[in-house]
Ligand binder design. Structure first.
Ligand code: FES
Length: 109
């Protein structure tokens, strides 16, 4: 799919991500990703915690942060910055593209 000369990779439907939860998705060229629904606003972050091999999409979302299910470290979902220790290294965030209820990420060139 192309929009504004950008090739997009389909991730999931917005309706597939419940409020204040995350869903793990895969996109070619990216590490595993997590689509996060923060009170109706959607964000795309790396799914793997920077402290270990936990899947952040299995953690809780509260106050704009996602909490790692392994050791409870947390990250600001909008920026990827670590908030609660033991998380200390930021996780990548990516622009999420919403089109008609579907969510996409730009393909890496
Ligand atoms: S693996 Fe995520 S805080 Fe340790």
């Amino acid at each position: 799919m192309a929009a504004d000369d950008q090739t997009l990779i389909y991730l999931c439907k917005m309706s597939a991500v419940q409020a204040n939860s995350a869903v793990r998705v895969l996109a070619e060229g990216y590490e595993p990703l997590a689509v996060c629904n923060v009170g109706g606003r959607f964000f795309l972050i790396a799914d793997t915690c920077s402290h270990g091999l936990a899947s952040l999409s299995e953690g809780d979302i509260e106050g704009g942060q996602i909490f790692c299910p392994f050791h409870g470290g947390s990250f600001d979902i909008a920026t990827g910055k670590p908030v609660e220790r033991p998380a200390s290294i930021p996780i990548p965030t990516y622009p999420l593209i919403e089109i008609g209820g579907d969510l996409f990420v730009a393909a890496k060139t």
